[in-house]
Structures are given as C-alpha cells and as structure tokens.
Design a protein around this ligand. Structure first.
Ligand SMILES: *Cc1c(COP(=O)(O)O)cnc(C)c1O
Length: 350
C-alpha cells in the first residue's frame, strides 16, 4: 500500500494560510487581556462567557485522552461528528472531480455532505447480511476515490461490520477509511482506536450524542494520525467548540460510571426487547444488534408505523430503504417505554 496524505489533500488546502486568532497567537496566562476585542466587563448572565474559548480544547482533549487511552494529538473535536464529516470532504475531495464510496444501507449524513460539497458518490450495497462486499468495493475504487465510509455498528441495521473485512479495506485502499463508531459503546466488538498506530489512513469517528447522553451539546470526536488531525485544525472554524460545550463536556467526562451503567442497562433492555418481539408471529426478522436500536422486519411495516404515531410512539420507518424493505428501526428506551412499545405492537396485530 502506498498511502500518502500529501497526494490526497486538495491543493488549495495544502497551500492554505490558516486564520490565526488572538488565542492562537497568545494562549498563556496573563492578567490584562486586551488582544481579542472581548468585553472586559463580563457577561450579563450568571456564568462568564465573555472570553473566547480555547480553539484547540486542550482540557477536554486531556480528559478524553485518559478515558480513551490515546494521546491528545490524535484527537479532533467537532460540532458533532457531522462537522468532522464535512471537514473531511472539504480537505480531501476536489468538487466535481473526486469521489467517495458509501456502503448502503447506512447513515444518511455521508451522502448529504458529499452532495453539499459536490463530490460524486459511488454506492456499493452491503451484502444481504449487512457485511462488506469486499470485491465490489475494490472494483468501485478509481484514481479519484478519496474516502470509503464504513459505519460499525451500522446505522440503521445495528450490526457490527466484521473486523477482518475492515482491516482488508484499510490495507488495500490508498485513500482514507472513515470508520464511524457512533454506537461502539453498545458493541461486543472492540473499537479500532487501539489500531490507529497501525493504519495511517484510518479516521475513527465517535460522538457524545449517543451513549454519553449529550446529543444537544454537539460534540463529535475524530481520532487519527496527528498529520490528519493537523489538517482538521487548519481548516476548522477557529472557535468551533463553544465554551458552554467545553464546560459541560469536562463535567460529563467525570461521570464515566453513570454512562457505563446506562450502557449495561440499554444492552440488557435490548436483549429483553428482542426476546419479546420474537414471540410476536408477525415479526419476520430482527437483525442482531450491537447498538442501542434494533432493525425489525415485520408485516405491514408502514401501517404499524402510522398506528404507533397515532399512539404517540415514534420509531423510524426504514421500510422503503434498500435492503431494509419492510423494516422499522426502534431505539431502545427505558424499561417502561419499551413495554409500551411492545404492548402497542401486539395491539396493532390483534
Ligand atoms: C447519531 C450518529 C452520529 C452522531 O452524529 P453527531 O453529529 O455527533 O450527533 C454519527 N454517526 C452515526 C452513524 C449516527 O447514527
């Protein structure tokens, strides 16, 4: 393999003179800060937000580094994973020329981001058991293919992609492999974070939006070789993670135990929900899930979806998505919510 980040980068990004903020030029301790045109008098609320936040979020990365067992220079923080996805397109894909490979059925944001950036999408469907079609992926790659997006555990199917297959793609593809691990906390399969050293073309995405219970905070993480992280830092908006988010993230990261307990409970509830769904004759197939949701193929999916909406229960209708025909995606709720869901599904079929 001949991975070369310089060849992958867009010419304008390589030559870019990045914006240098006041906080970039002086980030030490001082008693009189008159360099950033901030309001020196304070903020009109109980907390103080009058100073610009740390553009590189050193404190948050320090704490994440301990939790994840990975050095801070391997970490980028974005306004949700969605920001990292968008920055990847902007850094590496020449609009109207380059292409990326997506593996449907998968997370919809990759395609939207590609379209926004005018980057061609080559779709290689997953196999019927939602694994990688390695040969078809290899056949779809050409000289302008910059990235392959793999989501594991995959949304909306919930299953993990076989580790061996992900490694095969990493080893044989000269572009970036973006591995979205948004649901990794719920998985039996281990994260690829520990393998970053081995694969210079690997970008692992994680988020505080799911297991960490902070979807509204908007904090996504990208882990990669420091050379890739430097590219993110060069092109991101200077203050992309606001001070409130940094403060709350620091507080949240002190509470790993609570989060781990929720993960255990969600996984137990997932097992229970699957067992009870399997007792319903109209349920045709439940994809084994490594995430906090299950994809369920069942009779009259669209009608059931509408019935549940009438009952005030919202699941995700995936019944018209390729390879998910006739299926609904159900997030694991609290024990009480899951019980209500089951009762209403049974009610619909009787
Ligand atoms: C929910 C989800 C995310 C999270 O995106 P954020 O922007 O961090 O909230 C990322 N990837 C997948 C596959 C998801 O399902």
């Amino acid at each position: 393999m001949s991975f070369n980040l310089d060849l992958l980068l867009r010419e304008n990004i390589k030559n870019l003179q990045a914006y240098s903020s006041a906080r970039d030029e002086f980030d030490g301790e001082a008693s009189v800060m008159l360099d950033a045109n901030e309001n020196a008098y304070g903020s009109p609320i109980s907390q103080s937000f009058n100073r610009y936040p740390d553009p590189l979020q050193h404190a948050v990365k320090q704490k994440l580094s301990k939790i994840k067992g990975i050095a801070p220079e391997h970490i980028f923080l974005g306004n949700g994973s969605d920001e990292a996805i968008d920055l990847l397109f902007r850094a590496f894909c020449q609009p109207g020329l380059d292409n990326v490979i997506l593996l449907p059925p998968t997370y919809g944001m990759y395609e939207v981001s590609a379209n926004i950036n005018d980057v061609a999408v080559r779709k290689v469907n997953l196999t019927p058991d939602y694994q990688l079609d390695i040969e078809a992926i290899a056949a779809a790659v050409d000289g302008n293919t910059k990235m392959i997006f793999i989501c594991s555990p995959n949304n909306p199917t919930g299953n993990s992609i076989r580790r061996q297959d992900i490694e095969t793609v990493l080893v044989n593809f000269d572009g970036l492999v973006v591995l979205d691990e948004a649901y990794i906390n719920y998985a039996k399969q281990t994260s690829f974070l520990a393998d970053l050293k081995e694969f210079p073309n690997l970008v692992v995405l994680q988020t505080l939006s799911k297991a960490w219970g902070l979807a509204a905070l908007r904090l996504g993480m990208a882990f990669a070789h420091p050379n890739i992280i430097r590219v993110f830092n060069k092109i991101k908006p200077p203050y992309n993670i606001n001070q409130a988010t940094q403060n709350f993230a620091l507080e949240a990261l002190e509470n790993v135990e609570v989060v781990n307990e929720w993960i255990r409970e969600s996984v137990a509830e997932r097992t229970l929900l699957v067992e009870r769904l399997q007792d319903i004759p109209q349920i045709e197939h439940i994809t084994p899930s490594d995430a906090n949701f299950v994809l369920v193929r069942l009779e009259r999916a669209r009608e059931l979806y509408k019935y549940l909406v009438q009952q005030g229960i919202i699941v995700r209708d995936r019944s018209t998505v390729t390879l998910c025909e006739g299926a609904l995606r159900m997030t694991i709720g609290t024990p009480k919510e899951n019980q209500i869901l089951l009762t209403k599904i049974k009610e619909f079929y009787t």
